[in-house]
Design a protein around this ligand. Structure first.
Ligand SMILES: C[S@@+](CC[C@H](N)C(=O)[O-])C[C@H]1O[C@@H](n2cnc3c(N)ncnc32)[C@H](O)[C@@H]1O
Length: 352
């Protein structure tokens, strides 16, 4: 196992954090965390999932940061996401949320099942999307790429996984793919226009490219998310960390998907926005169900989500981050707080 790196100097100074409305990390230690009514929708399941965490990946030379593992060195690639079992559990729950959000579908592009032969899923994570897609398209060859080999080996015969940094020059030939899929690559892609240019080049004429991201900000309905709440702070910290890393998280707000596709030359670009409540508070049953699963996803590995951006990038101490996490958990489990997020799917066609 690689040695734990020495604590690095924060990439963002206290003054810079204050300038973008981020409360100092010490703020959270001065707040009480008394018990609030619990949103019994999913929290019990969430904590069960958390307790099943972390079978060690000690046979791999993964880097360690505050007890979590991250991908090995691969060129200059640098991911904010842990690659351990606990985080992979969260990614699989997130997959369930995203497919529910898309009404049970894996994509929005108008694909012709008889014609799709070659597909790539960039930044595939656990590979669950690629595996499901390969099942649905048994005649297509599906490649999933990532910088860390966390994908299973028992997969349908038409799926394969490759280690590849999506921010480097793509090595596939021009006009290779019928469908290029990129999901939740916020905080990962450095230059969205350059990435869509590479997608355009490697997409076949008549083929489709599709991107899905969640908004990095949680919002609130009926004034129930206060400005100085942990929920409101969440997006500010993530966006500041993304700017500092040079890999934005505010892809939704900056409309980077649509802009990037337009610049690259895609046509018939379609944009679909989604609303996802956080937790079980929504009166609409179907939305509440999505909210329960989404909360379960975040709760399954809240610490893993926060570890790199808050500790490594913003320079919060692990203790400060843990206290912030407990405030956030408390707010997310308070049914009086009506938090929600947004997501956006954008797809376009390369002209013939
Ligand atoms: C939020 S996860 C999303 C996984 C998957 N697309 C999904 O939606 O289930 C982002 C993935 O991107 C991978 N990643 C990070 N940096 C990358 C890079 N430079 N090139 C390719 N993949 C990268 C991470 O290892 C992680 O598995």
């Amino acid at each position: 196992m690689a040695a734990e790196p020495a604590q690095q100097a924060p990439l963002l100074s206290i003054e810079e954090q204050t300038a973008v409305g981020i409360l100092p990390a010490s703020h959270w230690q001065q707040q009480t965390t008394e018990e609030e009514p619990i949103d019994d929708g999913a929290s019990s399941i969430g904590s069960f999932m958390s307790s099943t965490a972390s079978l060690s990946s000690s046979i791999f030379e993964y880097r360690q940061i505050h007890g979590r593992t991250y991908h090995r060195e691969l060129g200059t690639a640098e991911s904010w996401e842990p690659n351990d079992e606990r985080h992979n559990d969260a990614l699989e729950l997130a997959h369930h949320v995203y497919t529910m959000v898309l009404d049970g579908k894996l994509y929005n592009s108008p694909l012709d099942k008889k014609k799709v032969q070659k597909v790539v899923d960039i930044g595939t994570g656990t590979g669950i999307w690629a595996i499901d897609f390969a099942d649905e398209f048994p005649n297509a060859e599906v490649i999933g790429t990532d910088i860390t080999p966390i994908q299973p080996s028992w997969v349908p015969p038409n799926v394969k996984f490759e280690l590849d940094d999506c921010n480097s020059e793509w090595t596939w030939a021009d006009n290779t793919f019928d469908f290029i899929h990129m999901r939740m690559l916020f905080g990962i892609i450095e230059d969205w226009e350059a990435t869509f240019r590479q997608a355009y080049r490697t997409c076949k004429p008549g083929g489709y490219t599709e991107s899905f991201v969640c908004d990095s900000i949680f919002r609130g309905e009926d004034g129930t998310v206060k400005e100085d709440s942990a929920i409101a702070q969440w997006g500010r910290v993530w966006n500041a960390a993304g700017r500092k890393m040079g890999r934005p998280f505010d892809v939704y707000t900056l409309e980077l998907q649509k802009k990037g596709m337009e610049v690259a030359g895609f046509v018939d670009i379609e944009v679909r926005d989604y609303y996802i409540p956080f937790g079980s508070w929504h009166k609409d049953k179907s939305l509440a169900e999505k909210g329960i699963w989404w909360k379960m996803n975040v709760e399954t590995d809240l610490e893993g989500y926060l570890n790199y951006p808050f500790n490594m990038v913003m320079g919060w101490s692990p203790e400060e981050t843990a206290v912030y996490a407990s405030h956030l958990r408390k707010e997310l489990n308070n049914p009086k707080i009506h938090a929600y997020g947004q997501a956006r799917s954008v797809w376009g066609r390369k002209p013939e």
